[in-house]
Ligand binder design. Structure first.
Ligand code: ZN
Ligand code: ZN
Length: 188
């Protein structure tokens, strides 16, 4: 069965060099849907707790929220950084607290201090799905990702072969030692 969790992400971007209106800087509320598949964990009668999916995914994804997402070769990038630098906000301010860990993958680099994500490819809905899958595939049994921004939606399905060991008391992933890292339950 599947657990399906959605997230709203507010962001600004543009399609650099795209021959259309999207080449101008603009913003969206994007909705990401993560579908996690596994057996039903009998103890808690769920595939995976929604709160736990939210926690695991949002830890990383908050870097995209209220962020500017630009392609690495976009000339807006040095221009924006120059303005942030001159304003003294490039390296963060105390009120910018909604920060996940800085990350760097082959597809994207997050700079949480200035709420910027630099991408290798244009950040379309399809591009976002590739980035998110890369970031979360080792932590969740993701079988489908859907990203909707405005009228446009993209989705991709994935194969997941193995079932994950989850705590029978609270449903989260068991530690390698067979003990739940959250409630201390031991696998029988
Ligand atoms: Zn757009
Ligand atoms: Zn537990």
């Amino acid at each position: 069965m599947r657990s399906i969790t959605t997230f709203d992400i507010q962001y600004a971007h543009r399609f650099y060099n795209f021959k259309g209106e999207a080449q101008y800087l603009h913003g969206h509320t994007g909705t990401l849907t993560i579908e996690v598949e596994d057996t039903i964990n009998c103890g808690v009668n769920m595939v995976f707790p929604c709160n736990e999916i939210k926690k695991i995914a949002w830890h990383i994804l908050q870097n995209f929220d209220h962020a500017l997402i630009l392609r690495q070769d976009d000339p807006l990038l040095p221009a924006i950084l120059g303005v942030y630098e001159a304003q003294g906000i490039r390296n963060g301010v105390p009120t910018n607290t909604m920060k996940g860990p800085a990350f760097k993958t082959e597809l994207a680099t997050a700079h949480p201090d200035c709420r910027l994500v630099v991408t290798k490819e244009t950040m379309t809905a399809e591009g976002m799905i590739k980035i998110v899958h890369h970031l979360l595939k080792d932590q969740l049994n993701i079988v489908k990702l859907t990203f909707r921004s405005g009228d446009n939606t993209a989705s991709e399905c994935y194969q997941v072969s193995e079932s994950r060991d989850r705590c029978p008391c609270c449903g989260i992933l068991m530690g390698a030692d067979g003990v739940c890292p959250k409630c201390g339950c031991r696998k029988k």
